[in-house]
Design a protein around this ligand. Structure first.
Ligand code: NAD
Ligand code: UFG
Length: 332
């Protein structure tokens, strides 16, 4: 089976490509490297011992995208490509709607044209909005608080409408919780340029001395230690979830949503302490005001993925911190 991986050079895409190759799938990667580097491709080749076609291409370039389908007999698509920074999406909404929505519609039109109707889509726990109480279940009402989240919810809606209209589409909507961790080889992981928005990349920059101090956004939430609780999941567990979703596609009717999380929440302070233990480094922090748009607790009900996909997370928070440290300590 040949799988087109859009955004395959990115953080979650690269780990999933390794897992796909390990599981015997053929892959084709397309990426415009807007948030990744071609260097990742050689690492995927090295770790898998396999070669595969790679296209430097933008999703918005319909003809370039079409060439990939012409030159490869694609059976299914895993669609990671997209812009993902929540704050940036608030200041650049048109860029986010154009890239994520227009790009996805172009992909879907091409898939329809080529009669490729199996898709695994990267959605997000952000679609549960601010009005639900954790643990979040797939059947809860959905809403969003920022343009990035709205692109995810709109794409889910587009895919559900498409599956309603054309019964031969098979779509898995994977709602990721908070992906962290890195490949155990230490060769790939997430290392954003500049000042990170997300907790783990920020902690890592403080631990290696590139940033002086972590601001913890609020210690007065109704949580055990007052700091925000999230469901951190190892990127390798997520990658394995994509293989299970691909295997399930033939038995899916229409578009089906699955939470990919551990089902267990950890507070900001727990993550800081787990990282300190794994790295042996002190992570300086101070308590700062709450960040607008944050909720107290976000963690998954994982029973649907367990029952229907036969998937559950294996790695602990300590494993995630160990692999993050193993990766970051070797970065420049
Ligand atoms: P990433 O930025 O590392 O990977 C996305 C990849 O898509 C990058 O390599 C980027 O260059 C590429 N890309 C972006 N726009 C493109 C375009 N127009 N044409 C071609 N390539 C393009 O992000 P990630 O963390 O690996 O996330 C993958 C997917 O999962 C995204 O859709 C993201 O929204 C979603 N997601 C991520 C998280 C998270 O916290 N990392 C959580 C939930 C959902
Ligand atoms: N936090 C801090 N200090 C920081 C960064 C984060 O205290 O410098 C706290 C936040 O307040 C929150 C927790 O750490 O309590 C996690 O924050 P992240 O920014 O790492 O993650 P979020 O849960 O806010 O959001 C992430 C992605 C979204 C995605 C969501 C659910 O950024 O795109 O997970 O998957 F939608």
């Amino acid at each position: 089976m040949k799988v087109l991986v859009t955004g395959g050079a990115g953080y979650i895409g690269s780990h999933t490509c390794i897992e796909l190759l390990k599981s015997g799938y053929e892959i084709v990667i397309m990426d415009n490297y807007s948030n990744s580097s071609p260097d990742v491709i050689s690492v995927i080749e090295k770790l898998s011992g396999k070669a595969f076609p790679v296209y430097e291409c933008d999703m918005l370039d319909y003809d370039g995208f079409g060439k990939i389908f012409k030159e490869n007999k694609i059976d299914a698509v895993i669609h990671f490509a997209g812009l993902k920074a929540v704050g940036e999406s608030v200041s650049k909404p048109l860029e986010y709607y154009n890239n994520n929505l227009t790009g996805t519609i172009k992909l879907l039109r091409l898939m329809k044209h080529r009669n490729v109707k199996k898709l695994v889509f990267s959605s997000s726990a952000t679609v549960y909005g601010m009005n639900n109480t954790a643990p979040f279940r797939e059947d809860m009402p959905l809403s969003t608080t920022n343009p990035y989240g709205t692109t995810k919810l709109m794409i889910e809606t587009i895919l559900k409408d498409l599956c309603f209209a054309e019964k031969d589409w098979k779509v898995a909507l994977l709602r990721y919780f908070n992906p962290i961790g890195a490949h155990p080889s230490g060769l790939i992981g997430e290392n954003p340029n500049g000042i990170p928005n997300n907790l783990m990349p920020y902690i890592m920059k403080v631990a290696v001395g590139k940033l002086p101090c972590l601001s913890i956004y609020g210690d007065d939430y109704p949580t055990p230690d007052g700091t925000g609780v999230r469901d951190y999941i190892h990127v390798c567990d997520l990658a394995a979830g994509h293989i299970k979703a691909l295997e399930k596609l033939d038995r899916i009717q229409g578009a089906e949503a699955y939470n990919l999380g551990t089902g267990k929440g950890s507070s900001v302070l727990e993550v800081v302490h787990a990282f300190e233990k794994a790295s042996g480094k002190k992570v300086n922090y101070k308590i700062a005001p709450r960040r607008p748009g944050d909720i107290a607790e976000c963690y998954a009900d994982v029973s649907k993925a367990k029952t229907e996909l036969g998937w559950e997370a294996k790695y602990s928070l300590d494993d995630m911190c160990r692999d993050n440290w193993n990766f970051i300590k070797n970065q420049k």
